[in-house]
Write a protein that binds this ligand. Structure first.
Ligand code: MTE
Length: 317
């Protein structure tokens, strides 16, 4: 199953290797042993001197990560900055009932119960690469439906240019650990309306054919596979149509390091590390990962490249 040569939307779920085959196939050594807790504002995850042993390219491949890898090595800062914090702490998050507010510049604003929000759409399985800005990556068999479905139902006004997303913020349920500078919760993300309408932009309700685990953003998250993982906002409670670029958590927090677009781009280095290569989480390896070359737009350039024609992607990073 190679994603690059086919539209991910064309990959039937029957082609995804069954979960059980993956769960036991690899001995998961714990990526934390090799990767460490590289936080956005913390240590440099890809040090120039150690990044590319031997200096040659690792072969590309897109074998899905195991369920264990996908659910035990996470970023969900509302539950702490450690990679294992979400799997240890997010289980207590109450995800039912769950309300999603759709508002802003649209004809059909509504407060939906999650079931009603999902019901009109056809659920599909899609395997996407996930490339974190910290330079680790995975391949995840998501389950969900196109974001465009919801947007069409909401009928954005002609004046709407962007879509903003918000994560639940409930300090009672979300034991973030103290860290500086503090994040101005709730976690916020956004897309240009044409990006959000692109068929690859996916609202996720599950993975490996089952309900989404809390640590992965239950009960509803985004998967925008050509952008760095932080654009794929988790546990969404609000979707708002706007006529300007909405403020987003990381671009507001550290604008020099994180832009609104955050398209995966091996040629635009993070101020503190290279983005040319990535650590594909792989529990069968001694250090819990293997090196791969990072692909422009995470390998989805044929599908989404036209969205950025004429844009200077070094400026709009
Ligand atoms: N969404 C919220 N609400 N809070 C977060 O901290 N982390 C982002 C993104 N969505 C994050 C979030 C980052 S940095 C990444 S790489 C992905 O979630 C990780 O998704 P995963 O844990 O399912 O692999």
């Amino acid at each position: 199953m190679i994603i690059r040569s086919r539209k991910p939307s064309d990959i039937p779920s029957s082609e995804i290797t069954p979960e059980s085959a993956y769960i036991n196939r690899r001995k998961f050594l714990g990526a934390s042993a090799g990767i460490g807790a590289a936080a956005f504002l913390g240590v440099d995850p890809v040090r120039a001197d150690t990044a590319f042993p031997g200096g040659h390219s690792a072969p590309q491949d897109d074998e899905p990560n195991t369920l264990e890898e996908i659910t035990s090595y996470n970023n969900f800062y509302e539950f702490g900055t450690g990679k294992e914090d979400p799997s240890k702490r997010a289980h207590a998050l109450v995800t039912s009932p769950w309300t999603v507010k759709v508002d802003g510049l649209c004809n059909n604003p509504a407060d939906y119960q999650l079931e009603d929000f999902i019901k009109p759409s056809t659920i599909e399985d899609r395997t996407y690469r996930l490339r974190c800005v910290e330079a680790w990556s995975m391949v995840v068999p998501w389950r969900g439906f196109p974001l465009a479905d919801i947007i069409s139902r909401a009928e954005p006004l002609g004046s709407a240019t962007h879509v903003a997303f918000e994560t639940l913020w409930d300090p009672e349920q979300m034991p973030e650990r103290m860290w500086r500078p503090r994040i101005d919760w709730p976690y916020r993300e956004g897309l240009r309306l044409d990006e959000a309408m692109h068929p690859l932009a996916f609202l996720v309700t599950g993975l490996y054919g089952k309900d989404l685990p809390n640590q992965n953003g239950a009960p509803l998250r985004l998967a925008v596979p050509w952008k760095y993982g932080f654009k794929s906002i988790k546990s969404i409670v609000r979707i708002t149509f706007t006529d300007e670029e909405p403020p987003t958590t990381w671009a507001t927090q550290t604008p020099r390091e994180y832009g609104f677009y955050s398209n995966v781009n091996p040629d635009v280095k993070h101020p503190r590390w290279s983005q040319a290569r990535e650590k594909r989480i792989d529990g069968s390896k001694l250090f819990g990962y293997r090196w791969l070359d990072t692909q422009f737009l995470n390998g989805y350039a044929d599908e989404v490249g036209h969205l950025y024609e004429g844009m200077d992607l070094k400026k709009y990073f």
